[in-house]
Ligand binder design. Structure first.
Ligand code: KG4
Ligand code: ZN
Length: 341
């Protein structure tokens, strides 16, 4: 069984082909460069860029997999959450292909895709916990069975990736041209700095809930930066980045361990763009192992937005006979929990 996946929820136009074992036959990602000048994703530019890229990207994925549309058994497409104009581009193409080639269509929840990103490379069986950390979401989920997700905790304000992006911007680390993920640049600077140099706050550390909060941390970094001269800021960049990163990682690791204790589940899967962070991977791995558990995370290319994870989640639902109608709508604010699917 082969499934074609299409992902256009934000600023990555992606298409992929997976087989019935979740193995990748092709994984093509085109990252939009259009937003660099604006310091954030501009929705209309994103939709237009998807419109230009989506057909060539799908063609390339099929070409790399060495198959034609006729040999594909189903088409999976992200239906939400995300930017509505961007989602509509992927959905429209997926529907046209499904209709034209007579193939089943399945709409996939973007966050369920991130959960499935781990299954492409690791044979993880439920129950497991997922710490989903991306630019738009920070959630702790209990996966009792695939397709059934229980939200244990979430951010009350900024997502972890959003905090990385905002700090990259306020430290002046983003290049004027070209699109680079803020989190990756902060992590590169952090690797050269001292994580204990500045005592940034750990919000909700003693709070009983499994929730997160990162907006106070971002403000603390801003206040710290405002007290520095231009030269002092340049000298301290790596220490600020390292101390900020340590505060984010502490919060993520602390609440994940609390979730392990609360649920008794010791298999943990890390997912989403921030899962590419080496410091988070190493700290969480050590902490989960120390409790007799095991941590899984995807290769970096499967952490950030991609269509392989959408194809994998689509494969799961299609193989259970689930189908979406051709009236499938974009759902910009779709929630994953309570259970769906
Ligand atoms: O999952 P993703 O591609 O998009 C969303 O669904 O939001 O995640 C993108 C986020 C961005 O906020 C980016 O700064 C962050 O992931 N990110 C990182 C790293 N690489 C990407 N954050 C920290 N460290 C990294 N190495
Ligand atoms: Zn994502």
């Amino acid at each position: 069984m082969l499934v074609l996946g299409i992902e256009t929820s934000c600023d990555e136009t992606a298409a992929a082909v997976v087989d019935e074992t979740y193995a990748l036959r092709a994984n093509v990602i085109s990252s939009q460069q259009e937003h660099a000048l604006f310091g954030g994703v501009v929705p209309e530019l994103a939709s237009r860029a998807h419109l230009r890229a989506v057909v060539p990207v799908v063609r390339e994925a099929l070409g790399r997999a060495g198959v034609g549309l006729a040999e594909v058994d189903g088409i999976a497409v992200t239906r939400g959450p995300g930017l509505v104009g961007s989602l509509i581009v992927g959905l429209s193409l997926a529907k046209a292909l499904a209709l034209g080639a007579g193939k089943p269509l399945i709409g996939v929840h973007h966050l369920e895709g991130h959960i499935f990103s781990n299954l492409i490379e690791h044979p993880i069986a439920p129950p497991f916990l997922t710490l989903l950390v991306s630019g738009g979401h920070t959630e702790l989920l209990r996966v009792t069975e695939l397709g059934r997700y229980e939200l244990l905790g979430r951010t009350r304000d900024d997502a972890a990736g959003e905090a990385f992006d905002k700090v990259a911007k306020l430290l002046g680390l983003l290049p004027a041209s070209g699109s680079v993920m803020g989190g990756r640049i902060v992590a590169e600077w952090a690797a050269k700095g001292n994580p204990q140099a500045i005592a940034f706050p750990r919000a909700l550390e003693r709070d009983e809930s499994l929730d997160f909060s990162f907006s106070g941390l971002k403000t603390a970094v801003l206040n710290h930066v405002r007290r520095l001269s231009g030269d002092q800021l340049q000298e301290q960049l790596s220490n600020i980045a390292a101390s900020f990163q340590a505060a984010v990682v502490d919060a993520l690791v602390g609440k994940t361990l609390r979730a392990v204790e609360y649920t008794g589940i010791r298999t943990v899967a890390l997912a989403g763009g921030v899962a590419a962070n080496l410091c988070l991977r190493a700290c969480l791995d050590k902490a989960v192992r120390a409790r007799g558990g095991q941590l899984f995370y995807p290769s970096p290319v499967l952490c950030t937005d991609n269509a392989a994870m959408i194809a994998a989640a689509g494969l799961f639902h299609l193989s259970r006979g689930r189908r979406s109608g051709l009236d499938l709508d974009a759902a910009p604010r779709l929630s994953l929990s309570p259970p769906h699917g």
